[in-house]
Design a protein around this ligand. Structure first.
Ligand code: SF4
Ligand code: SF4
Length: 79
């Protein structure tokens, strides 16, 4: 991987689907999640270790765990 590329991981929570049950908040070992406004939110993205526990525990499949690769403009074109 080019050293100017950065991988970032962060759960995505579909607020339209989340029921606010809190299961994902309880299972998260790092305190990255919280309930706010009746739905789960990623309160502390930097705390997330991307362990994956929050996705399967959600009873309504509101949590997904995508990741993105961020590439600085100066990195292009990658040779
Ligand atoms: S992936 Fe793991 S550390 Fe990250 S928010 Fe979900 S349960 Fe917490
Ligand atoms: S487990 Fe699912 S429904 Fe429950 S608070 Fe988390 S995202 Fe919302």
């Amino acid at each position: 991987m080019n050293e100017t590329m950065q991988e970032t991981w962060q759960p995505h929570i579909d607020a339209a689907v989340c029921t606010g049950c809190g299961d994902c908040v309880v299972v998260c070992p790092t305190g990255a999640l919280a309930i706010s406004g009746g739905v789960a939110v990623v309160l502390d993205p930097d705390a997330c270790g991307y362990c994956g526990l929050c996705e399967p525990i959600c009873p309504v499949e509101a949590v997904s765990l995508p990741y993105k690769i961020v590439v600085e403009d100066s990195a292009w074109p990658i040779s």
